[in-house]
Design a protein around this ligand. Sequence first.
Ligand code: PRP
Ligand code: URA
Length: 218
Amino acid sequence: MGTTIDLNTDRLTVINHALVRHKLHLLRDKDTSIKLFRELVNELALLEAYEALRDLPLEEVEVETPLERTTCERLTGKKLVVIPILRAGLGMVDGVLELVPTARVGHLGMQRNPDTHEPEQYYCKLPNDIDKRVCLIVDPMLATGGSLIAAINFLREEGASDIRCLTLVSCPEGINNVLAADPDVQIFTCAVDRQLNERAYILPGLGDAGDRIYGTKG
Ligand code: PRP
Ligand code: URA
């Protein structure tokens, strides 16, 4: 039997929307072109961010409509930083920025060692006030969870308090590992797949996301 996960935890949100499911079937198809693959990754990132940011704090504000004065709401409080895990996470950034054009972008370079499957950090550039920002980590794939856990631990050390992870395809092992590694982090994903194979690739998955976005071979 495969690994099971607690789908009832409020720290995991699976975006179960018809549009998302339709776009996912195209994303998984090995015959989907690079151009369409890139477009889909960004579209799914936008839809995910929309869900992940639904609870941003609001404050009341008085507005004069052409007819009368009324009370409305506007965003208040923490600003955002989008943090792609290079390289595949870069493919999701424009989608999130389409929704939140004023967000800052930080970069974390993380590569899985092909033999050990352990993540190795090779680049980092972040805004210097991530402790005051909602941090949206974006990476299409959550496999063993090693890359995401390393990114979360690093951001915690840098002072990040509100960390939300957006992934497109995840698997039970990775989700369990990430939720166990950090007591507060939230995961948003479009799909929870069956399992990992012996090379730590997600099944059925979509293959190597970075290679499919950038047209490189693994
Ligand atoms: C992929 C993916 C994640 C990681 C997931 O990146 O984009 O970052 O693997 O695997 P994990 O959950 O087992 O850590 P990869 O290391 O292949 O680098 P790339 O983005 O440069 O292709
Ligand atoms: N990274 C990918 O790009 N795909 C997987 O299935 C696992 C890790």
